[in-house]
Design a protein around this ligand. Sequence first.
Ligand code: UD1
Length: 338
Amino acid sequence: MKVVVTGGLGFIGSHTVVELQNEGFEVVIIDNLSNSTAEVLDGIVAITGVKPIFEKLDLREKSAVQDFFKRHNDVHGVIHFAASKAVGESVGNPLSYYENNLNTLIYVLQELEKKEVANFIFSSSCTVYGQAETMPINENSAVQEAMSPYGNTKQIGEEIITDISKVSAINAILLRYFNPIGAHHSINIGELPTGVPQNLVPFITQTAIGLRQELMVYGDDYPTPDGTCIRDYIHVVDLAKAHVIALQRLINKNNVEKVEVFNLGTGVGSSVLEVIHAFEKMSGKKLPYKIVASREGDITSAYANTDKANTILGWKAALNLEEAIDSAWKWEQKVRAL
Ligand code: UD1
């Protein structure tokens, strides 16, 4: 069965390609290499022994998207990762975010809309919940006004998919990720942030390897036990596996609604200081860090109620924070040694 993975050379995309190939899917990757490199393919081959088809294509080019789906008219599903994801950048350059995250989604859906079978998996984010009133966050928690153009593209994306599914054969699953971290245990693929990482774990590993002088902890006066923000850090391999299960659910027509939503997290909340201490314990390295002012737009706490994914998808995160941090650290050391 052929599956198209847009953004398939990115962090979550590449791990998902591996899991799809492990399950016997034939994968066609679309990626414009804006935030990834073609070498990621070598990592995928090293793990699975199979080279996926790769087409360097920019989904903002509508005619190229049309041409692609004409050539691949036997597709059983699309997993759509391709998008920009830097919150701060999106505030400074909203139109490029709306263009890159929404035009591309529309062009892909316009091709799927023409089909009799159209299974679609969408990369969404827990950012749609904003600061939820109660923890853990389940899928019925209110979607709150987005705090950035990036967050808004995820909300609008979910709405676009819901609307088109009502008047077409499109069935979709929206996966709301909490905080993906880690690397494949083979250390052949992992996260490759360009420039200064905005996310906590890549910043920690780059500091530990000496690329950054010091980690800044954004605020220690939040109303949490140790004063730092709480997040639900999920191993990227667990996350990738959930995509395969979600796709199989659509292919086997086991979905009960045209559009279903699932939180993907571990259900465990960890504070910034807990993540730092877990890293120090695992690596045996002391991490230089200082407490600074809180970061604008950061919420206090977000961790998932994963009951729906556990019971309906039959999926549960199997790897814990220590295993995720361990793999991220091994990956950092490998990348810097290259
Ligand atoms: C961020 C985005 C979110 C996006 C996700 C993608 C914001 C406000 N949110 O989530 O929309 O879906 O990335 O992975 O940017 N921290 C530090 N020092 C650092 C970096 C982070 O203390 O150098 C803290 C943050 O304050 C936060 C926690 O670590 O409490 C996690 O931060 P991060 O990895 O950036 O993820 P989110 O902010 O949860």
